[in-house]
Design a protein around this ligand. Sequence first.
Ligand code: ADP
Ligand code: MG
Ligand code: MG
Ligand code: MG
Ligand code: MG
Length: 698
Amino acid sequence: MGLLSEGNPLSWEETKKLVDHVREHGINQFIHLYHRLKDRQGDILKWGDEVEYIIVKFDDEQKVARVSLKAKDLLAKLNEKELADPNGVKSLWRPEYGAYMIEGTPGKPFGGLMAHFNLVEANMRYRREEVTELLDSDECVMSITNFPRLGAPNFTYPVYQPRPEDPLSSARSLYFPDEAIFPGHPRFKTLTRNIRMRRGEKVSIKLKVFKDVNTQLPVEGAPPGEPDVVLLDAMGFGMGCCCLQLTFQACNITEARRLYDQLAPLCPIMLALTAASPVYRGYLTESDCRWNVISSSVDCRTEEERGLKPLKENKFRIAKSRYDSIDSYLSPEGAKYNDVKLTYDEAVYKRLIEGGIDHLLAQHVAHLFIRDTVSLFSEKVHQNDEEDTDHFENIQSTNWQTMRFKPPPPNSSIGWRVEFRPCEAQISDFENAAIVCFVVLLTRVILSYQLNFLTPISKVDENMQTAQKRDACRKEKFWFRKSSKSTEQRAACVQINGTTTNTNGSSNATDSMPLFNGTAKLNGHGNGLNGNANSSSTNTNGTHIQNGSTDSDHTDTDDEDTELFQLLTINEIFNGKPGVFPGLVPLIRSYLQSMEVDTDTHCTIEQYLRFIQKRAAGELITTATWIREQVLSHPDYKKDSIVSDRINYDLLKSIQRIQEGKHVEPALLGQGNHSKTKDFIPPALQKQLAKTGCCEDK
Ligand code: ADP
Ligand code: MG
Ligand code: MG
Ligand code: MG
Ligand code: MG
């Protein structure tokens, strides 16, 4: 969402009359933009993170922590610099759903130099300091996924009471007052109201309480017949959570489709690894993640669409909320793993096909467009479909899925991008930076080694549920694709020879890619890691992917192997399981061996990889597990699942000390992490790149 763009939202009754108008024009707009941009080539790798934060206010006398509803005022100040010098700022700040939330991104995306990995953490630190300077001394900006007592009595500052009976209330929640919704832009309250009205009732978010010896059942507010359920009844419970997202630019649409597909199966895996939110409305729950909460928090499906009533008013049964894991792959190789039937309107699909869109993309867009607009502004109703994209973006941006396929915006120099959206926000900049750098490195390895993580959509869906279970990172197993011999050979041959000589005998795109030529660039013409349209538009069989073709000509003999998909632990996925999968981190390491990286950047990346390996191995615990342990061991805890004001206060104070580096929590961060993060690339490095050096083991 752009900076402070205001508008006049239509009522739900008015919006409802225009849902087909938005659909029809949104589809036309997509067709136009597709033809304008489908042949765009040679965009270089750019990438950037988004971190969401909660502003917490501490009352040190009463020992109470509350969310501070000052995001609007804070943003006005944070945006001053950007307004004065849009291209010169080091950070950008945007509103989020909560009146106590802000979202920060780097001022400019990072690019294709290895040294850029060394900038992320420093930039995140800068953002945190920038906000902190504007806060009162009893306030703190925190990258926590959920405020543990969100929705518990008096959780806001200033304190407001919910008004469930007030017809003017957007949420009508028993727990979450409208004042906790960002007041500076009408979008948030409009979405809240329209989602509730479209659904025909308040949203209903159900979490199993973590049953301890003294847990009182029914839980306060539990639905009839479900005494062990913590019920949440407002969009704010989900959209008021924070997450960590990253976006990267592909060299062309084909590479974007491929990365979208390859990263989709990794979403539940990264969700489990980053699990950080076990407490809701002051109760310990059985869930470690926000995902199902946020999914239910914007579930605008009617009873008919949810299958509770026969279809009469509505067109379809719809399996999922508009906030959920993706439903289909977009690349030809992915096609055969689209094993869940997609719901879409045949007429919309046909219009897309007739408009020249290929089957996979047409069904993706048609499926997005089963949703009605739930936020429409009067000044946006009539548009020029050949140039505008607002109606398309309206539906696209309210399909909140694990991955987002982002077309280039109109009149910009931005290319086709893919957004990775599952991760929970971590306490420290170190952890958030580690996760961002890890995922970006993974994209490079996927492209370089032509890795294949494709897993049937039904199994990815199953993994999404597994990922959210208590301590899934250490205890659960996930469907994962066994690596083909060629993958292992590709990785192994790099480790042994430091070259990419292809050993599997088949024609492979890597043959034409001088991947490991010792430059520290991640893209650009000449080295082929990205931005090389020829190599990237070639699939593993060396054939061109035709955007218009509906079926895959990709054959993978491994698929005959019934053992292709195995259940692996997070440890096995990240650190490897002999004969099954080399491990994500070893694959990245092998890739890095052949890259020339300056000493400091190398050291930083090494710290990040080690941290990820240890968390995956269970040597370090997830934020969620750590929060549980903090609650369970608190002297005030009565073994009743309740996270009291005092426990909440002490927990958040501990988090504050950790994020400020005043306390190194061994269970979370080991012996401490000393990345060599910098807020600039040394000029010498920009020209002459230092030889790869090994950093000392700290
Ligand atoms: P949204 O909220 O729509 O997901 P944001 O603008 O908040 O998007 O964040 C997008 C992220 O993408 C930021 O980190 C930004 O730095 C990064 N970014 C900006 N331009 C590009 C680009 N051309 N390619 C890749 N990433 C980009
Ligand atoms: Mg956003
Ligand atoms: Mg954003
Ligand atoms: Mg956001
Ligand atoms: Mg985003």
